[in-house]
Design a protein around this ligand. Structure first.
Ligand SMILES: [Mg+2]
Length: 240
């Protein structure tokens, strides 16, 4: 039997970063009214995540690359994320970032934070010669529209049933995918969703809470496979 590995899948916007970077960019450069109504439609499941990004990109006027970069450079991450990265290296836990936002700002922020060696999956964003934002979705799966970058597929591709998987997230794009992991850390929207759907989770405020909890689970030998996650994974493999 393959040796069990530990993996952590972590959301980016609002989880690693303090603010939702994607939303902030569109609120800053687009029409705030339009942005609010599109995001409201997304959060109330009236439109898919992909549709949301398409609408936000197409409604945003031309942007100067330098202005966008300067704006991104002023957005901060949760400083305790560095502790999680260090902890994972020490404990030999693989850490993978799953974002329904865009590679454009994730690359820039990880680079600034000296975290370029972190593996991440995201949607693709570029600026054309006229300053228009062009989104692309290399990992879109129409069966799972809550995330334009199908986080669920990345979890299945990057872990085996023998591994022990953690999920850390805060929002809409984490709802479906988190359920494929053995242990969920949730805050904000994801926390409310887990409560409502009676999905077991551990609340967290920052990554020190996460580290403390994982250490506790290790010390008590309490890393038990999540039954619901096993069922979800099994049904995924049956379909595919
Ligand atoms: Mg998020």
């Amino acid at each position: 039997m393959k040796k069990r590995e530990l993996k952590i899948f972590v959301d980016f916007d609002g989880t690693i970063t303090q603010q939702d970077v994607g939303d902030s960019i569109f609120s800053r450069f687009g029409d705030p009214k339009k942005v609010n109504s599109v995001i409201d439609d997304l959060l109330n499941d009236r439109i898919s995540s992909r549709k949301c990004w398409d609408l936000l990109c197409s409604s945003t006027p031309a942007i100067k690359k330098k202005e966008l970069d300067d704006f991104i450079d002023n957005l901060v991450i949760d400083s305790t994320f560095h502790s999680l990265v260090t902890y994972c290296k020490k404990m030999n836990i693989e850490l993978i970032v799953l974002s329904d936002g865009f590679d454009y700002y994730i690359k820039r922020i990880l680079n600034r934070e000296n975290l370029m060696d972190l593996k991440f999956y995201a949607n693709n964003l570029s600026i054309d010669e006229n300053g228009k934002l062009i989104p692309q979705y290399p990992y879109y799966n129409p069966d799972f529209p809550t995330s334009a970058n199908c986080k669920r597929d990345h979890i299945l591709d990057n872990s085996s049933d023998d591994d022990y998987t953690f999920y850390i997230g805060d929002g809409n794009s984490d709802k479906e995918s988190a359920q494929y992991c053995d242990y969920i850390f949730a805050k904000d929207g994801l926390l409310k969703f887990c409560e409502k759907e009676r999905i077991s989770f551990s609340p967290f405020k920052d990554f020190n809470d996460v580290i403390k909890k994982i250490d506790f689970l290790f010390s008590k030998r309490k890393l038990r496979k999540g039954h619901q996650a096993e069922l979800k994974r099994r049904s995924a493999y049956l379909v595919e």
